[in-house]
Every structure is written in structure tokens, then in C-alpha cells.
Design a protein around this ligand. Structure first.
Ligand SMILES: [Zn+2]
Length: 342
């Protein structure tokens, strides 16, 4: 009934061109982390490939077909997003790992699941590969949970980039809440506080756009004032985490200044929320994180927050003065007050 890690060494087989930040060496970090936790007694299982049925809940058939046709070939899908001969198969395993974690958690076999995957997923749109992402792993996971009977799923995305794909896939759906903290303005350009969803989904998209340079305390304020109060009011049946680690201070892409411990604190807060709302059901999936050492330390802290008995989140104190969190919370609160008490 505790934590399950879903992982395979095959994630290294998705190759990107030399110098690309989303490189196969990231899979070596995932391997090392999986081995370390296995050594401490955490269960680690290999994923199955996601099925067409699972993918088609969030992607267009023509798009899935387009990615399938890259099998056996090296292609450029967009200026940042490449395939190698194995990529289609590995992307199916990444999405499938998230599905596996959801099945185990929704079925009650485990309380929490963490999919240690690459390629990442949150930029992948319904009909387009983008930003290193082929299939939207977390969207596939949330849709699978809904298919298994979860009435409401909350996705929290703390990757430094806004998860444009995830937002767009669910922006008209009141059953899937999407909450993102991200650097803004920045790639991919979406994620303004004013983006709150559309049609029946209005109010179920929450964006916390933070100016570059944000520190641990800014994220703590964002979680305390907005993320957690909204989640408490939403009362999800499952919490899904887009666990990107590129807001770490050492990340070569992100401009934030988080410590590894902050990722532990955010994950611990989300676990506590899940314990409060949905018997602890939480599934996380790795998104970005491009400094190998920072990725390893941050992922380790996040896994630690989900393993063993629940503990209170321990937010680190950077002592660096910043008002970014306050400013962001004011803008987001103004945008979402018609829908939530914050
Ligand atoms: Zn990212």
C-alpha cells in the first residue's frame, strides 16, 4: 500500500541530437535513482506500452498515426523535438508508465506512484509534438483515471515551463483541474494568470506565472495561498503531478533559483493534500530537469516525500528576499476569485 516506482532502462533508447538538453544521459539518472530506492525496499516495476485507446482519449488519431510513422526513423517534429528509430516505442512506454501508476493507485494496490520517464509530455498538444514531448504522459494518466471512475482529477505542474499541452487538452473540462507554477514570460508563451479555462471548464485552469529568479519562498507562498486552498475546494479523487525539476537553481534552461529541498516540500504538500482529500492517491511523472546532478537530487527529494509515513512539508529558507510570489499570487487570485475562495 505504499509507493511504487514505474521505470525501465529502455528510456535511454530515445535519442536526441548531440547537444540537445533532453538527452539520453537523463535516463541514466533515472536508472540510478530507481536502483537506489529499490535497494531501500521500494517496489520498482517496468511499464507496459500505452494502448491506442489510452492515447486517443487525449490525442487525435491522425497525430498518433503520425508519431507511429516515425518508428525506425530519425525525424525532426519541430525545432526542439526529435525522434530516433526507437522513439515511438519509448514514448509509448513513457505514457504507459503513467497509466500503470494510475491503475495501481486507483485500484488500491499502492497509495502513490511515480513514473520515472522520458521523453517528457506536458508540451505535447492534442495534435502536435512540441518542446521535447511526443505524447502527453500526464494527460493520458488523468484521462485514464477518469476512465477508471475518478470523478475529479487535479493535475499540479511545477515544471519551470508552462504545460501548454495539458492546459489545452483539459481547458474545457471541469472534471480535470490544471494548476501550474512556471517561469513567465518564457517558453512556450502560454500560462498567463488570465488563462482560467473555457466553456464548462472556466475556473478549472489555474496559472501562477512567476518572474525569473523566483526562490523557494516564492513557491511556498504560491502553494500556501493558491495551490493548496484551490485543491482543497476542488476535492480531487486523484492528484497527478507533472514533476519537472528545471526550476532548480542549477538548471541550464530555467531561470529560477529553487533548491532540491523545495521539490521535496512541494511534493510533500501535495501528498498531504491527497491524504486529506482522496486517501493519499497521488501519481507523479517526471517532466523536465536538465542539470543531471540537480535532476537527481530534486527527484530524490520528491520520491522521499512520497515514500514512508507522511511528514509535514519542510520548506527550505533561502533567505533571499523576493516579492515574486506575492505579486504572482495577487494576479492569480484576482483572476480566479469568481471561481474559488483565495
Ligand atoms: Zn520544463
Amino acid at each position: 500500500m505504499s509507493l511504487i516506482l514505474v521505470h525501465t532502462a529502455r528510456f535511454a533508447e530515445h535519442q536526441t541530437p548531440p547537444g540537445h538538453p533532453e538527452r539520453p544521459e537523463r535516463a541514466d539518472v533515472l536508472d540510478a535513482i530507481a536502483a537506489r530506492w529499490r535497494g531501500r525496499g521500494t517496489e520498482v516495476v517496468a511499464p507496459r506500452a500505452a494502448t491506442s485507446e489510452q492515447l486517443l482519449r487525449v490525442h487525435d488519431a491522425a497525430y498518433v498515426q503520425h508519431i507511429a510513422q516515425t518508428a525506425g526513423r530519425a525525424t525532426a517534429l519541430d525545432p526542439d523535438t526529435y525522434t530516433s528509430p526507437e522513439s515511438y516505442e519509448i514514448a509509448l512506454l513513457a505514457a504507459g508508465a503513467c497509466v500503470d501508476a494510475v491503475e495501481r493507485v486507483m485500484g488500491g494496490a499502492h497509495r502513490a506512484g511515480f513514473a520515472l520517464v522520458r521523453p517528457p509530455g506536458h508540451h505535447a498538444e492534442r495534435d502536435r509534438a512540441m518542446g521535447f514531448c511526443l505524447f502527453n504522459n500526464v494527460a493520458v494518466a488523468a484521462a485514464h483515471a477518469r476512465a477508471l471512475g475518478a470523478r475529479k482529477v487535479a493535475i499540479v505542474d511545477y515544471d519551470v515551463h508552462h504545460g501548454n499541452g495539458t492546459q489545452h487538452i483539459f481547458e474545457a473540462d471541469p472534471h480535470v483541474l490544471y494548476v501550474s507554477t512556471h517561469q513567465y514570460p518564457y517558453y512556450p508563451g502560454t500560462g498567463a494568470a488570465s488563462e482560467v479555462g473555457r466553456e464548462a471548464g472556466r475556473g478549472f485552469t489555474i496559472n501562477l506565472p512567476l518572474e525569473a529568479g523566483a526562490v523557494d519562498e516564492d513557491y511556498q507562498i504560491a502553494f500556501t495561498r493558491i495551490v493548496l486552498p484551490v485543491l482543497r475546494q476542488f476535492e480531487p479523487d486523484l492528484v497527478v503531478v507533472s514533476a519537472g525539476f528545471d526550476a532548480h537553481a542549477h538548471d541550464p534552461l530555467g531561470g529560477m533559483r529553487l533548491t532540491a529541498a523545495a521539490f521535496g516540500a512541494m511534493t510533500a504538500e501535495l501528498r498531504a493534500l491527497a491524504e486529506e482529500c482522496c486517501r493519499g492517491r497521488i501519481v507523479a511523472a517526471v517532466e523536465g530537469g536538465y542539470d543531471l546532478q540537480a535532476l537527481g537530487a530534486s527527484l530524490d527529494a520528491a520520491i522521499d516525500a512520497l515514500e514512508g509515513p507522511a511528514r509535514a512539508a519542510e520548506w527550505p529558507v533561502s533567505g533571499i528576499g523576493s516579492t515574486r510570489g506575492e505579486e504572482t499570487c495577487a494576479a492569480t487570485a484576482a483572476a480566479i476569485r469568481p471561481f474559488w475562495t483565495v
